[in-house]
Design a protein. Structure first.
Ligand code: SF4
Length: 95
């Protein structure tokens, strides 16, 4: 019988062809609104947003291009969001 895959198992199969230098999401890291920051930290399934000891950080590496942060932030923290160009970005392998 096939073992049930966890989310981490499934994400591990995805292929990331990431542009390490150019982020497809422009984030206002100077934002001091903790409530807005925490929305993104909690909602991002790939944990791209981090808020540790009052320090807000973002990494586009591992982004699943789900668009959740763009919708939630109403242009407050996420200033622009574009799909990565051409073959850049995530390729899903499972579900
Ligand atoms: S698009 Fe989705 S996975 Fe990518 S940073 Fe935003 S919430 Fe996270």
């Amino acid at each position: 019988m096939m073992k049930k895959m966890t989310i981490d198992d499934k994400l591990g199969l995805d292929i990331y062809n990431t542009d390490e230098h150019e982020s497809h999401i422009d984030v206002d890291l100077e934002c001091k609104d903790e409530a807005e920051i925490m929305k993104l930290v909690l909602a991002c399934p790939a944990e791209c947003y981090k808020y540790v000891d009052g320090q807000f950080s973002f990494s586009h590496l591992g982004c699943l291009e789900c668009g959740t942060c763009r919708v939630l932030s109403h242009d407050k923290i996420v200033k622009s969001w574009n799909h990565p160009m051409g073959t850049i970005g995530v390729s899903f392998r499972q579900g």
